[in-house]
Write a protein that binds this ligand. Structure first.
Ligand SMILES: CC(C)(COP(=O)(O)OP(=O)(O)OC[C@H]1O[C@@H](n2cnc3c(N)ncnc32)[C@H](O)[C@@H]1OP(=O)(O)O)[C@@H](O)C(=O)NCCC(=O)NCCS
Length: 153
C-alpha cells in the first residue's frame, strides 16, 4: 500500500456517484454502454471525489464481464485499479470475461486472465463474439492501433 492509498476509500457505488462514473468513463474513452451504478465499485479520495471505478457486467448469454475499469490520470500507477479489480473478482467464480485493447493484455494477465486467441472465436460467449465482430469496422474507420483482445479468467 502506498501512502496515498491510506486516503482512499473503496466502496459500492451510490446513486450520487452516477454522474462522476459516467464522466470518468467518457474521459478515458472506453465503452459507455451499460453503466448501471448499482453494479459499480468505486474508489474515492478523502473529499469523496471519484478517482476510480469498475464493475462486473452481466450479459444476456449468461456471461459476466469485468468492465469499466478506469482511474483518473493523476491517480494512476498507485495500485488503485489493482485494488478495484481484486475486490470485484473476490466474489466472482470463473469464468469472468473482459475485452481490452491488446496493449493491456499484460496488465490483465497479472490477475490471472488469459487471452483467447484467434482460433478460439467459436468458444466465446455470444456477447464477446459479437463485440469483436462489431469492433473491427469501428477500429478501421477510427484508425485505432492494435486490436480488441478477449480474455477470460
Ligand atoms: C489501465 C488503468 C485502469 C490502470 O490503472 P492504475 O490504477 O494506474 O493501475 P495500477 O496502478 O493498479 O496498476 C497495477 C499494476 O499494473 C501495472 N500497469 C498499470 N498500467 C499498466 C498498463 N497500461 N500496461 C501494463 N501494466 C500496467 C502497474 O505497473 C502495476 O504493477 P505493479 O503493481 O507491479 O507496480 C488506467 O491506466 C486507466 O484508467 N486507463 C484508461 C482506461 C482504460 O484503458 N481502462 C481499461 C479498459 S479495458
Amino acid at each position: 500500500m502506498t501512502i496515498a492509498q491510506t486516503a482512499i476509500t473503496y466502496r459500492p457505488a451510490q446513486a450520487s456517484d452516477e454522474a462522476a462514473i459516467k464522466a470518468l468513463i467518457r474521459a478515458v474513452n472506453i465503452n459507455p454502454i451499460g453503466l448501471k451504478w448499482p453494479r459499480f465499485l468505486v474508489a474515492v479520495d478523502e473529499n469523496g471525489r471519484l478517482i476510480g471505478c469498475g464493475q462486473i457486467k452481466p450479459h444476456r448469454d449468461g456471461s459476466r464481464e469485468l468492465a469499466s475499469i478506469a482511474v483518473q490520470k493523476a491517480w494512476r500507477r498507485q495500485g488503485i485499479a489493482k485494488e478495484i479489480i481484486e475486490r470485484l473478482l473476490a466474489d466472482e467464480a470463473p469464468p469472468v470475461w473482459l475485452t481490452c485493447m491488446n496493449k493491456l493484455v499484460p496488465f490483465y494477465e497479472q490477475f490471472g486472465f488469459v487471452e483467447m486467441l484467434g482460433g478460439d472465436g467459436c468458444s466465446l460467449p455470444r456477447y464477446f463474439r459479437l463485440a469483436t465482430l462489431f469492433f473491427k469496422p469501428i477500429q478501421k474507420l477510427s484508425r485505432i492501433p492494435g486490436y480488441l483482445a478477449v480474455m477470460v479468467r
